[in-house]
Design a binder for this molecule. Structure first.
Ligand code: GTP
Ligand code: MG
Length: 449
């Protein structure tokens, strides 16, 4: 397949000591040699660095650079790759880039380098997506999982199950060609065992998405409760910043306020709300309605109770009615309570004013959000909605296949269900794919990757 030679800046624009420009394709070496002086890449061995200068068409020096050469197929993309490290800043890198385009390279589109790497079998689709996740990671946990996926153990997990299943399905399909004879090529015992282990693997992966999803989206924690319970005070203390206005006037917070905080490497989005009350004017009514919606969409509701007043029955009913998912109950203002007082069972005692109980609140939130180390195995954590959808579909098909297998239903039906499993899993690693899917995946990348 003939590919054009592409070029892009791999580092961010702006002032920096150095910038890296990458070029990949059949003409990469020729184009580089056209603009470089003091270097002869055509005559160079692969994996060598050369110091030289980039010159304009008129022969003026544009920058002093280091050029690295990676010959096909031993490069990131599998094609000839030249990496030029020039000086940073807005001008040098742009001039060098423009010169390379003038000399025959084409500006790369988003993810084009990685797409070529995928096409040339340097990595599978799940690994390619892990690169995008790595670049976009906003928490240490998210970073850790994407690195694990990049190294391929996750792909291997799915790929090796798929390979083994593919073997057996091919044999079953072969049997179908011999319907007149009573032949059995596929070892039924092995098939039964593989279906069972597949069900447990897919079940585990499907469940891991509850945590995996939070790595990209963060966990949404909505703070709700009666006016004056200390919701905004609590948020400010947790953030270590005066983000929300605090006052002893009930109804201080009217609009929802969002803030982000990393807790033990997890990204948590906190939402302070107007809380639960009878609104007295239209603006307040909108605020109350917004908090109701926020609570309904929350991963975790941090419900703050003023310990001096306790929790009323209608508050419990409100929580039930709104359909809050996981709830953490905090009895705030514990400093106002007599010594020896303890919070009711299952609730956390805290004093936002005196900064007590804050660690307990955070731990309860992590627990309720399913983040408390439940999925320590990064290789077995599904993080993308795309993968989760295929895993779910594969799991459903495998359950159907299992029924067909046990029920002794026709081999036809069994083969069809198992094929569906193979197709769904193949879409994850890219063993099966199409241009639409690839286009969607790689458009998420930045230019230069
Ligand atoms: N004694 C005591 N007072 C607190 C504590 N937390 C908050 N307060 C006080 O309670 C009052 C209300 O606090 P806010 O944080 O504004 O309460 P809120 O729940 O956000 O109230 P609204 O926004 O009106 O719904 C303020 O005067 C706070 O200083 C606490 O732990 N102990
Ligand atoms: Mg408030």
């Amino acid at each position: 397949m003939h590919e054009e030679t592409i070029v892009a800046l791999a580092t961010p624009r702006g002032q920096s000591a150095l910038a890296v420009i990458r070029m990949s394709g059949p003409e990469a070496i020729v184009v580089a040699d056209r603009v470089l002086s003091g270097v002869d890449l055509a005559a160079s061995e692969s994996h060598r660095l050369h110091v030289g200068s980039v010159r304009s068409a008129a022969g003026d020096v544009l920058d002093q650079v280091v050029a690295g050469l990676f010959r096909a197929p031993s490069s990131a993309t599998g094609e000839d790759v030249v990496e030029i490290t020039c000086h940073g800043g807005d001008v040098a890198a742009t001039l060098v880039m423009e010169r390379l385009v003038e000399a025959g390279a084409r500006q790369a589109g988003p993810g084009e380098f990685t797409r070529r790497a995928f096409m040339n079998g340097k990595l599978d689709l799940a690994q390619a997506e892990a690169i995008a996740d790595l670049i976009h990671a906003r928490s240490e946990r998210a970073h850790r999982v994407s690195v694990a996926h990049l190294y391929g153990a996750y792909s291997e997990l799915i790929g090796s199950f798929r390979e083994e299943m593919l073997d057996l399905v091919s044999l079953i399909e072969l049997e179908l060609d011999f319907t007149d004879e009573d032949v059995e090529f596929a070892d039924r015992e092995r098939l039964g065992a593989l279906i069972a282990s597949g069900r447990s693997l897919l079940g585990e992966l499907e469940a891991s998405y509850r945590y995996g999803r939070t790595l990209t989206d963060g966990v949404r924690v909505v703070i709700a409760g009666r006016p004056n319970a200390g919701k905004s005070t609590l948020l400010n203390v947790l953030l270590g910043a005066d983000r929300a206005i605090v006052s002893d006037v009930a109804g201080t917070t009217r609009d929802s306020i969002e803030a982000e905080l990393l807790v033990d490497g997890h990204r948590i989005v906190w939402v302070d709300t107007a809380g639960v009350r009878q609104a007295t004017d239209a603006v307040e009514a909108e605020g109350v309605e917004r908090s109701r919606r926020a609570v309904a969409e929350a991963d975790v509701v941090l419900y703050v109770v003023d310990a001096t007043r306790g929790m009323a029955q209608d508050e419990r009913e409100w929580l039930r009615e709104v359909g809050a998912a996981a709830i953490v109950l905090v009895y705030n203002k514990s400093d106002q309570m007599p010594t020896g007082w303890v919070a009711p069972d299952g609730a956390v005692a805290a004093s936002a004013a005196e900064r007590r109980g804050m660690r307990e609140v955070l731990e309860a939130v992590l627990e309720a959000g399913g983040l408390a180390g439940a999925f320590a195995d990064e290789h077995r954590t599904v993080t993308s909605a795309r993968h989760a959808a295929h895993i779910r579909a594969a799991h459903t098909a495998l359950r159907r296949a299992d029924d067909a297998f046990r029920g002794g239903v026709s081999e036809d039906a069994l083969a069809m269900d198992l094929r569906a499993v193979l197709d769904e899993l193949g879409m994850i690693t890219g063993a099966i794919t199409n241009d639409d899917v690839l286009g969607r995946i790689f458009s998420r990348f930045c230019i230069g990757k």
